[in-house]
Ligand binder design. Structure first.
Ligand code: FES
Length: 182
């Protein structure tokens, strides 16, 4: 048979279309296949890890439930602890967070992050006798009730705020954001 002007019969008289795969070709194919498979196996987790924040899509709209009844909130900040599962790539862990939560004079819920904006210590309401202030014991940082940092104390930014939601009478908290209420 003649195809593309060439015979399928080689010089040795064997039919090329039926030629068996040589040992060298077999090893090349096998090593290429196995190598590709292993490379994909190593690269996929890296790619997954790199795009994980996008895939995870934890936006400000994702809320975590708490056990705090909204009806029991007053104008005095209370500490609300809550836990949730967080998945980073293939690693899942239990995260525990805290918020200081109260209702302002418009009856709106305010939930502040306790993480000091100086070096990340934890603030507490009226700690060490500081009336109507959040106090950070690490370097005597002070914040107003709405999270605004008190001038001439170490923190240079207000405390972050949690977006809030309510479900079945219980408070839900989102991801802390820059304070927009001071
Ligand atoms: Fe809070 Fe320094 S870490 S004042």
């Amino acid at each position: 048979m003649v195809r593309n002007g060439q015979s399928e019969v080689d010089k040795g008289g064997k039919r090329m279309g039926k030629q068996p795969v040589s040992r060298r070709q077999f090893l090349n194919y096998t090593l290429t296949g196995v190598g590709g498979f292993m490379a994909a196996g190593m690269l996929m987790p890296m790619v997954r890890f790199a795009v994980d924040p996008v895939l995870k899509g934890e936006a400000a709209g994702d809320f975590h439930p708490t056990q705090q009844k909204v009806s029991e909130l007053t104008d005095v900040p209370v500490r609300v602890d809550f836990s949730y599962e967080q998945t980073d790539a293939w690693y899942t862990s239990e995260v525990t967070n805290t918020a200081w939560v109260y209702k302002n004079n418009k009856d709106e819920i305010v939930a502040l992050s306790p993480v000091c904006k100086h070096l990340g210590c934890t603030v507490s309401w009226e700690g060490s006798g500081h009336k109507e202030k959040f106090f950070c014991p690490c370097h005597n940082g002070l914040y107003e009730k709405n999270g605004k940092n008190v001038p001439n104390t170490p923190p240079l930014k207000p405390l972050d705020v949690y977006p809030t939601a309510e479900k079945d009478g219980l408070l839900q908290l989102g991801k802390p954001q820059a304070n927009n209420i001071v």
